[in-house]
Design a protein around this ligand. Structure first.
Ligand code: HEM
Length: 493
């Protein structure tokens, strides 16, 4: 008889695991919220990051339930998450009822991993406090002040490209544009010449690439951390790589000390953070480092991918490119050939190109929040319970034929003031919305516009035999990125 005990034990153990998964994966069914059928143990995320991107899963749920229910459930492994399919509900979540949705489900561990304590991840009062302190850093007055610095970097970018095209007109533009935005953020956030345009291997570029392309943990470990944040914090688990932390902490400490000793004021992000350090309710060096690190991370990849998608679409749509160049030349002529802040503001078509690019290719594919208390969805039976992660599918909404006719077609005319006024405000979410929207919106638009204006003024962009058409996205990157390089023919004018 004793021989069968191990079998009984294994059978009971496996049955218990099965019951646990079944129970967890019936969370939405028990609440009458529609879902696609999940599978054990992945829920709905089987193949995400490998055979398809997270946006594809969210899109599948959005399209399956859009006209049937304002909310639909999904499972990231055993964690239940909600996908919002209704624009009015999205507006309530982001703006009207924001107080229920202040947080994002992002792990941070300020004690053991100082750079993880940045504004994107902070929660509740800590977030409110830092956001209100940093908001004055991004006013249009401050942007105007940083404008000449960015134009200077863009001019250097243009000179470097001119030399490069002499050897070969076909260039991998994704890397070139990432070097441009790295240098911009380096100058504006740290007051440092990164010089990645001259030398692609400089430390800043290397660290930026590592933070994005070579994270500390595999996607599997990241999903465990995502599901058990409190346990992971207690265990002192870090998410930022040690070499990245060392590099950014070192740069911030050195810059703070250098500026203090030499009484240097540059009116860049660092300067404003130093002021905050001295003011009431001081920021610590670690807090400053975390925010500047975030500006770097949030600022260079989002803007460089936006620029690379814009160039891709302009290479495929010559008429749009020509119209953009005509606008640039006409406005610059009016301003004595000088790209000033005022001149940029007059280039409305360029602004529309940036918006249309971000509609088709939002770098952040979904806007996400976490409930801080139970929330009753207006005019429905649904209650979204505390601590549920909520996703508003920006990519899907922005490619929905109900809101954008022939959504796959690149048409900057969709962002004329009249067309925008006629649409629901939640049909464009590339910078999020509400009190927790992208704080760097103006800066991101400005560095993208300056880059685009400078490029189109000096070069013609064409597709070539190496350009991948249609666009293929990388499945493994969080940010919407093209798979492999983006090759375009660049011809000096
Ligand atoms: C084209 C460029 C950019 C795009 C498309 C973009 C997009 C976004 C999106 C979608 C969010 C989330 C918004 C939400 O949840 O409602 C966000 C947040 C954020 N972005 Fe950007 N971003 C860009 C450039 C920048 C730049 C240049 C900076 C800084 C210099 C920046 C700093 C931030 C920060 C700090 C947050 C977190 C805000 C908070 O939680 O309070 N972004 N961004």
């Amino acid at each position: 008889m004793e021989w069968c005990f191990p079998y009984i034990f294994i059978f009971t153990f496996l049955s218990a695991i099965y019951v646990f998964f079944k129970w967890k994966l019936s969370f939405w069914e028990r609440r009458d919220v529609p879902t696609l059928p999940p599978s054990i143990p992945f829920g709905n995320v089987k193949g995400v990051g490998q055979t398809h991107h997270m946006k594809d899963l969210i899109d599948k749920v959005y399209r399956a339930f859009k006209d049937k229910s304002p909310i639909a459930g999904a499972y990231f492994a055993v964690s239940p998450v909600l996908i919002i399919t209704d624009l009015d509900l999205a507006k309530n979540i982001l703006i009207k009822d924001f107080n229920y949705f202040i947080d994002r489900p992002i792990y941070c561990n300020e004690d053991d991993d100082p750079l993880s304590g940045h504004m994107f991840a902070l929660k509740g009062e800590k977030w409110r406090n830092i956001r209100s302190k940093l908001t004055p850093t991004f006013t249009s007055g401050k942007m105007k002040f940083m404008f000449p610095t960015i134009v200077d970097v863009a001019d250097k970018f243009s000179e470097s490209l001119k030399s490069a095209v002499k050897t070969d007109g076909v260039l991998e533009m994704k890397d070139w544009l990432a070097r441009y935005t790295t240098d911009v953020i380096g100058r504006c956030a740290f007051g440092i010449e990164c010089s990645s345009l001259e030398d692609p291997k400089v430390k800043f570029r290397e660290m930026g690439q590592k933070a994005f392309d070579d994270p500390r943990h595999s996607q599997f470990v990241e999903s465990i951390i995502w599901q058990f944040p409190n346990l992971c914090r207690t265990m002192g688990i870090k998410v930022v790589r040690d070499d990245v932390t060392e590099f950014f902490m070192g740069i911030v400490r050195d810059t703070l000390a250098y500026r203090e000793e030499n009484d240097i004021h540059r009116n860049d992000f660092m300067d404003l953070l130093i002021e905050l350090q001295k003011s009431e309710g001081k920021l610590t060096v670690e807090e400053i480092a975390a925010q500047v690190y975030l500006f770097f991370i949030a600022g260079f990849e989002t803007s460089s991918t936006t620029l690379s998608y814009a160039l891709y679409e302009l290479a495929l749509n010559e008429d749009v490119q020509n119209k953009a160049r005509e606008e640039i030349n006409a406005v610059l002529e009016k301003h004595n050939g000088q790209l000033t802040y005022e001149a940029m503001k007059e280039m409305h078509y360029i602004d529309q190109i940036i918006s249309e690019t971000l509609r088709l290719y939002p770098p952040v594919v979904a806007i996400f929040r976490q409930t801080t208390e139970n929330y009753k969805v207006h005019n429905t039976k649904f209650v979204i319970e505390k601590d549920i992660s909520v996703f508003i599918p920006a990519y899907s909404i922005q490619r929905d034929e109900e809101y954008f006719e022939n959504p796959e077609i690149f048409d900057p005319g969709r962002f004329s003031p009249e067309a925008m006024k006629a649409r629901h405000p939640m049909t464009f979410l590339s910078f999020g919305d509400g009190p927790r929207n992208c704080i760097g919106l103006r800066f991101g638009r400005m560095q993208s516009s300056i880059g685009l204006i400078t490029l189109l003024h000096n070069f013609r962009i064409k597709k070539c035999s190496k350009t991948v058409i249609p666009m293929k996205f990388s499945n493994s990157k969080g940010i919407l990125s093209s798979e492999g390089g983006l090759y375009l023919e660049v011809e000096g004018l």
